[in-house]
Design a protein around this ligand. Structure first.
Ligand code: DGJ
Length: 533
């Protein structure tokens, strides 16, 4: 019998142990790499840029997938982020249902996309809504967080050992299945839980939690947070003052998620990450005004030390203020953390994909990108893909050269920026050359900014005097760093990348170069060779 992916999927669906057929070539396991202070996600042994999109929360049911794939195709993604649900995976205690994941694997392969799978386990947006029924109906065994007044909150307790054991077992079973069923590495990364933490109480006030809150802070937490305490073994209050409760809860949640991650990773060492519901990055409110316990920017070192099996801590960015959006990117681009944006939204924010690229993001993924949603009256009968278009523009431009962009970024040769209102341009330094970006520039070179800030561009140095430039709604020119010299264009080639090779289309000259290189609404890639006179 010929082993097609459909046959393999059918075999897998019978819940028997999966053996990899000889014909399916086992590929290298994806991994996060760091070199010279820069990160890359390696897929098939080379840097990979996730041009991603995340589906709505209830879209991973076989009957819904036909409303997912056409949207993904329109977006030109290479990676789909999609949940798997604990309640679906373990409907009865200890009995695992592989149908959804097996369907997903075979359909993703058919549509030639990779997957990032989101484990909706103990936490989903701070609650336990995806726990299976048999857990929801046994709150004494699988307890909730208890608030200051002794009331149960709509959030699972990070001190619930039975919940932790159950999640570890289920997640391990899930990762084992992936390992057996996915030698192709269709799944390249897994999110452990979803926005873990708690709304409605800053921490758990159960007796067990209170005892630990009054106990000394683990020394590794003190040193990760660079606390210089007066006493040698301070408790949480003494060590962290007004931030004590949020730090304590972060430690508790991170320890729990870290154990789930470690158990899964022992079964199958794929890259793992946790995502954060953010606090305001510019004017953070007091603890309690944001989801407590998740990997918010103030407690990232606690998460790093308490959950080392997680490769990345990643921000879900829904900020509408551009300054706040950019600040979040900075906060999660750290020497110990690769930047990855697993969720974002707001059509006006699509240009910030380029800002993320400029900070060596390994991936980016707007949320809610499928056709399962019932459209509102305001959206009415317009084209159903309209809401996807701003994001699709990014991926249409980058898609054909995604591997080159990932490599150039990992090598530190790429800079990318997006327009901010009121900022008419900027200079990107590349040693002997400066790339000058301007927005809303007219023939006489006066930049006035676009009516809406939509400009975005990347510039990458291919050789000493040769650059790759691609973008929308902006002008790019080059100036020698030395003031005595002038730039001349030797050759400005418009082209496209095909299988890693630049395919020449035409030379730009005359009106197309005399006022700089102008990028509009169409995806344009230029290879620019420069000289001085
Ligand atoms: C953030 C969550 O992580 C997503 O699952 C989703 O609930 C969005 N918020 C909002 O729709």
């Amino acid at each position: 019998m010929k082993m097609t992916s459909a046959v393999l999927a059918a075999l897998v669906a019978t819940n028997v142990a999966v053996t990899i057929p000889a014909q399916v070539k086992e590929r290298p396991i994806p991994r996060v790499m760091k070199k010279d202070g820069r990160f890359a996600l390696f897929v098939d042994d080379a840097p990979y840029l996730m041009l991603g999109a995340q589906v709505h929360n209830s879209s991973d049911w076989p009957a819904m997938l036909p409303k997912v794939w056409p949207a993904m195709e329109y977006l030109n993604v290479n990676t789909v982020e999609i949940p798997v649900y604990w309640e679906q995976f373990e409907p009865r205690r200890g009995q695992y249902d592989y149908t959804a994941i097996d369907t997903l694997l075979s359909e993703a392969r058919r549509h030639r996309v990779r997957l990032v799978v989101l484990w909706f386990g103990t936490w989903k947006n701070g609650s336990q809504h995806y726990m299976p029924e048999w857990m929801k109906l046994a709150p004494d065994r699988y307890p909730h967080v208890v608030d200051k007044n002794g009331h149960a909150v709509d959030s699972p307790s990070p001190f619930a050992t039975a919940s932790l054991d159950a999640d570890k077992s289920a997640f391990t079973a899930f990762m084992r299945r992936l390992k057996a069923a996915d030698p192709q590495r269709t799944v390249i990364m897994v999110q452990v839980e979803n926005e873990p933490g708690t709304w409605g109480s800053v921490r758990d006030y159960s007796a067990a939690a209170q005892k630990l809150f009054e106990a000394p802070v683990p020394p590794e937490v003190l040193s990760a947070m660079q606390v210089k305490a007066a006493s040698p073994s301070p408790n949480w209050q003494a060590a962290f003052g007004p931030e004590a409760e949020v730090c304590f809860h972060a430690w508790a949640v991170a320890r729990y998620v870290g154990q789930v991650a470690a158990a899964g990773k022992a079964a199958y060492p794929l890259p793992l990450y946790a995502n954060a519901a953010l606090r305001d990055p510019l004017k953070p409110g007091a603890p309690g005004s944001y989801e407590s316990g998740g990997p918010t920017d103030n407690v990232l070192p606690i998460w790093k030390v308490a959950a080392p099996a997680l490769d990345i801590l990643a921000p879900d960015i829904y900020q509408n203020d551009p300054a706040a959006y950019l600040k979040v990117l900075e906060l999660y681009h750290r020497d110990d953390n690769a930047l990855f944006v697993p969720e974002t939204g707001g059509a006006g924010n699509a240009r910030f994909f380029f800002s993320a690229l400029g900070l060596q993001a390994i991936g980016y993924s707007p949320f809610g990108m499928d056709y399962t949603r019932n459209r509102s009256a305001a959206e009415g009968s317009g084209p159903r893909e309209a809401f996807l278009t701003p994001w699709a523009m990014n991926y249409r431009l980058i898609g054909p050269m995604q591997r080159e962009i990932a490599r150039l970024n990992f090598e530190g040769k790429l800079q990318a920026v997006a327009e901010e209102k009121g900022k008419l341009g900027e200079t990107l330094p590349f040693g002997p050359w400066n790339a000058q970006v301007s927005y809303g520039a007219s023939r006489n070179n006066r930049a006035v900014g676009n009516p809406e800030p939509t400009g975005r561009v990347l510039v990458a140095q291919l050789k000493d005097n040769q650059f790759l430039v691609a973008g929308y709604f902006c002008r790019v020119d080059f100036r020698p760093a030395s003031a005595e010299q002038h730039r001349q264009f030797l050759r400005v080639e418009e082209g496209t990348y095909e299988n890693g090779v630049f395919k020449f289309l035409r030379i730009w000259n005359g009106d197309e170069t005399d006022w700089g290189l102008n990028f509009g609404a169409e995806p344009v890639v230029l290879r620019v060779s420069l000289a001085t006179y």
